[in-house]
Ligand binder design. Structure first.
Ligand SMILES: NC(=O)c1ccc[n+]([C@@H]2O[C@H](COP(=O)([O-])OP(=O)(O)OC[C@H]3O[C@@H](n4cnc5c(N)ncnc54)[C@H](O)[C@@H]3O)[C@@H](O)[C@H]2O)c1
Ligand SMILES: [Zn+2]
Length: 380
């Protein structure tokens, strides 16, 4: 993949000024239900979508230092000229290392200085880091204000902007402080993805492969057959992928908002994935670790007779098409991964819950996977 795969096609879409909602997904959560609107150029028309959320003060847009330059300043200008003179931009240095309480408190103090009050609207413009920070801040600023999500990475559009988990990291671990808080609206503008580096695109694709594995054999097949359109962010294909991913996540989350049980299926490939990320000291990207994790649990599934060998081969092949790794890289050892697995915050009474593949498109939960099974799956 080139550094900015898809840029050409995306740019054309933006230049042709097509601004349409192509897909719409409803997240049914009673009086906290909201819509996800998907299509190209939505940010340019953002003023229109804000009307339904009035009255509010601001809006206060939160973006990281990259997104601030790519679209943040333009967006504030569009809003200021479109009837929201109070629109303001707050930014923080890009990267996971900013996802902490210091950043959160810094942003909160800026909000106070800028006059944000109980009726202010916060806007998370960026990837998952920004979305998680903005959602957390909105849920505690003056005991809670409204927020919307404008996800600008593929990962944020297919995963982190949906579901209501917010939070920041502690030195002791990721996402250890946070809340559940639902946005009023999510606008997934697929046009903004054109500046995404290839590695970030791959991170998002790994999550889409996950949705196919846990819930949707058709989506999985689409990834296999149209992988070229997928990596090139062909607009209609991208809109379809974002829609199906959001539908699947919304369906799971609406059945189990606070992760009582069912929501765990979203962790397919993640238990081992998180352990790999930690063992690599976070030099392996999340999507890469999840790809290796999905292959490992699928190998366990094959050994238990839940998944066919050919289906495992299909998973490996599709991940390789997207340049995603399928085996743990040197110098990470199996023992380190096992050690990190036991430290996972989701481990209960020393038992690790694994989501295993039951064919492509279905899962089963197992809490009796042995260390031997894990070691043999990651050693292959
Ligand atoms: N809340 C949830 O349910 C949930 C789910 C999954 C992941 N997450 C969190 O999401 C975070 C990862 O999200 P991410 O991968 O989006 O990371 P990120 O927000 O750090 O974005 C990745 C990089 O892409 C840049 N970027 C963003 N939009 C861009 C664009 N349009 N063009 C070019 N560059 C752009 C960012 O500046 C950053 O450097 C993690 O902190 C993870 O814990 C949360
Ligand atoms: Zn993930």
């Amino acid at each position: 993949m080139s550094q900015t795969a898809g840029f050409g096609k995306c740019k054309k879409i933006l230049e042709s000024e097509i601004r349409h909602v192509w897909e719409e997904v409803k997240v049914p959560l009673g009086d906290r239900s909201y819509d996800i609107l998907i299509g190209p150029g939505l940010l340019l028309d953002k003023v229109k979508y804000l009307k339904g959320l009035e009255p509010f003060t601001g809006p206060f847009i939160i973006a990281d230092s990259n997104v601030e330059d790519y679209v943040g300043h333009d967006l504030v200008t569009i809003l200021q000229q479109g009837g929201y003179p109070g629109a303001k931009l707050l930014s923080f240095p890009a990267g996971e290392q900013s996802k902490n309480m210091e950043t959160l408190v810094g942003l909160a103090r800026s909000l106070v200085r800028l006059g944000a009050d109980r009726s202010s609207l916060l806007v998370g413009l960026g990837g998952g880091v920004t979305g998680d920070i903005c959602g957390f801040l909105a849920s505690i600023y003056m005991r809670g204000v409204d927020f919307i999500q404008l996800p600008t990475t593929l990962l944020a559009q297919v995963d982190s902007s949906v579901g209501g988990k917010t939070g920041v990291d502690l030195p002791e671990g990721k996402n250890l402080l946070g809340t559940f808080a639902q946005p009023r609206l999510v606008l997934a503008d697929i046009g903004v993805l054109c500046t995404l580096p290839a590695r970030e695109i791959r991170n998002g694709i790994a999550e889409i492969v996950k949705y196919g594995m846990i819930k949707d054999a058709e989506l999985f097949q689409k990834l296999e057959e149209q992988w070229w359109d997928v990596v090139n962010l062909e607009p209609y294909t991208t809109a379809y992928l974002v829609k199906r991913s959001c539908q699947i996540k919304a369906e799971v989350v609406s059945k189990d908002e606070r992760e009582g049980g069912y929501r765990r299926i979203l962790n397919f490939g993640h238990t081992i994935g998180h352990a790999i990320e930690a063992a690599s000291d976070y030099t392996i990207a999340h999507g890469e670790a999840v790809a290796i994790g999905m292959v490992a649990v699928s190998r366990i599934s094959v050994a238990r007779g839940l998944l066919g060998r050919q289906e495992l081969e299909r998973l490996i092949k599709v991940l390789e098409k997207f340049d995603l790794p399928v085996d743990i890289p040197e110098p990470i050892t199996e023992e380190e991964i096992l050690k990190n697995l036991k430290r996972d915050k989701k481990v209960k009474d020393g038992k690790v819950n694994f989501i295993l593949a039951k064919g492509i498109g279905d899962t089963v939960v197992a809490d009796d996977v042995t260390d031997r099974e894990i070691l043999s799956a990651i050693r292959q």
